[in-house]
Design a protein around this ligand. Structure first.
Ligand code: NDP
Length: 299
């Protein structure tokens, strides 16, 4: 039986790249750390560094006052923690779920935990595994503020910045989904751009410095666009949507001339054309937000 002083110890369930990074950061910070993973063997390096390898999730959670779980999704979370033995072992302890999934699943898990006397915080990691334990790591949290304050000293051992977004347990996942929306559509755009550039005889290395420049154009647009959207305005003086749609059409034409699927850009172009069709051609591209979610703009 593994036993640590409950207050200072931490357990990590799930030892994929992120779980291993989280456990490694706790170890580096000197916290007694217990680890468990469904598939055995992934704890080897952590145990060599001083972690205690548990034989079961119930043994793992019983070793610490706080458990961090980080697995592929909430189906995996449920498979690990919702069994009777683990739920019993978690009673009176806290679980911090850093697994990515939907706000609804986070609220559902929060309600399950509340019904069993388990403290529950939900969170999201917004930076890649190698950032964990460094100032570059970014963590979002939601759930009872008192519980968050209580466990903040342990969470701080993961490095980076920690932001508590509110008591609604689904808030961290809501931010996560919105931010992943940006990340994956940008990645889809970049993969597509590399394919089109290659078809035109442009290497990735040639394109990269200019691609970074395009990335750098975006932050001020995000900032101003967010303020404008919150006020329900979509100014298009600098780049009206009629002009934007023309440059999108160029991307579609060149792609398809090389037999490259242009589905993502066609979808964006289609939205922009619908906005123009509604008489908003002089507005900026972000007017599309209102088209996508008209109820969000009802006053
Ligand atoms: P994965 O998303 O691939 O998750 C792997 C972990 O999930 C392993 O521990 C795996 O166990 C476990 N798992 C999968 N299915 C089950 C199941 N049915 N029952 C029990 N355990 C299961 O790897 P990561 O560690 O990278 O990601 C974990 C979370 O962190 C994800 O939600 C991800 O979105 C998030 N994240 C990851 C980042 C990264 O850089 N890697 C960045 C930001 C967020 P087993 O070894 O037995 O298969």
């Amino acid at each position: 039986m593994i036993s640590h002083t409950r207050q200072s110890a931490v357990t990590v369930l799930g030892l994929g790249p992120m779980g291993r990074a989280l456990a490694g950061a706790f170890l580096d910070a000197g916290l007694p750390t217990t680890v468990w993973n469904r598939t055995p063997g992934k704890d080897r390096e952590l145990v060599e560094r001083g972690a205690s390898g548990a034989r079961s999730p119930e043994e793992a959670v019983a070793a610490s006052g706080v458990t961090v779980i980080c697995v592929v999704n909430y189906d995996a979370v449920d498979a690990i923690i919702r069994g009777d033995a683990v739920a019993r072992a978690l009673k009176g302890r806290t679980i911090v779920n850093l697994t990515a999934d939907t706000p609804a699943r986070a609220r559902n898990t929060g309600a399950w935990a509340a019904g069993r006397g388990i403290g529950y915080l939900d969170g999201a990691v917004m930076t890649p595994a190698p950032t964990i334990g460094t100032p570059a790591a970014v963590f979002l949290h939601s759930g009872p503020e008192e519980l968050y304050r209580e466990h903040r000293p342990v969470l701080d051992k993961l490095g980076g910045t920690h932001t508590h977004l509110g008591e609604d347990i689904g808030r961290a996942a809501a931010f996560d989904v919105a931010l992943l929306d940006i990340f994956w559509t940008a990645m889809a755009g970049y993969a597509h751009a590399l394919a089109v550039a290659r078809a035109e005889g442009v290497t990735g290395r040639e394109l990269a410095p200019f691609a970074k420049g395009i990335g750098a154009v975006l932050p001020p647009i995000f900032e101003q666009g967010a303020v404008d959207m919150d006020h329900g305005r979509f100014p298009g003086e600098v780049n009206p949507i009629t002009s934007a749609v023309s440059s999108m059409a160029h991307v579609v034409h060149v792609s398809e001339s090389h037999g490259i699927d242009a589905g993502v850009m066609r979808a964006a172009e289609g939205l922009a054309r619908r906005v123009i069709g509604r008489g908003h051609g002089t507005d900026g591209f972000l007017r599309v937000t209102e088209l996508l979610n008209p109820r969000g703009f009802e006053r």
